[in-house]
Design a binder for this molecule. Structure first.
Ligand SMILES: [Zn+2]
Ligand SMILES: [Zn+2]
Length: 142
């Protein structure tokens, strides 16, 4: 048994998280006290900031990146599928980059609700202008 300094109760060792910097290798507070405290901390400004940073760091990890990729909106997936299908059936044709005429292009969707009204941009231009004006005109082959 170990005495929790927070809730002043004797609890089983398994109720305490490991902490190498402590004498007995266990935290002074039991797990439930720690999680209560952590929750309270996350509500403070400091906590919110730390959370944001932690999240950013997490997103840079492979696991975080994968989780982020999975979050791709269903509209986006639908739009990609619609374009892939239209390309296959010849309804839509790839065009050189609208800006620099580079033949290696990717579809840019000004509006996912109209997936076939894509703008073709090369990788570089796509990165440079993440929001090309939809007035550039769609390149739908009719
Ligand atoms: Zn406790
Ligand atoms: Zn380009």
């Amino acid at each position: 048994m170990k005495f929790c300094l927070k809730c002043k109760q004797d609890k089983d060792q398994s109720e305490f998280s490991k902490n190498r910097s402590c004498k007995d290798g266990l935290q002074d507070w039991c797990k439930s006290c720690c999680s209560e405290e952590h929750k309270a901390y996350l509500k403070t400004e400091d906590g919110k900031e730390a959370q944001k940073k932690g999240n950013k760091r997490y997103l840079q990890t492979e696991a975080g990146k994968a989780a982020n990729r999975r979050k791709v909106s269903p509209e986006k997936i639908k739009a990609h599928k619609a374009v892939a299908y239209a390309l296959k059936t010849g309804k839509l044709r790839k065009r050189p980059c609208e800006i620099c005429t580079n033949p290696k292009v990717r579809a840019f969707y000004p509006d996912y609700c109209k997936p076939l009204e894509v703008i073709w941009l090369c990788r570089g231009c796509l990165r440079k202008c993440k929001n090309p004006s939809p007035t550039t005109g769609p390149v739908l082959v009719r």
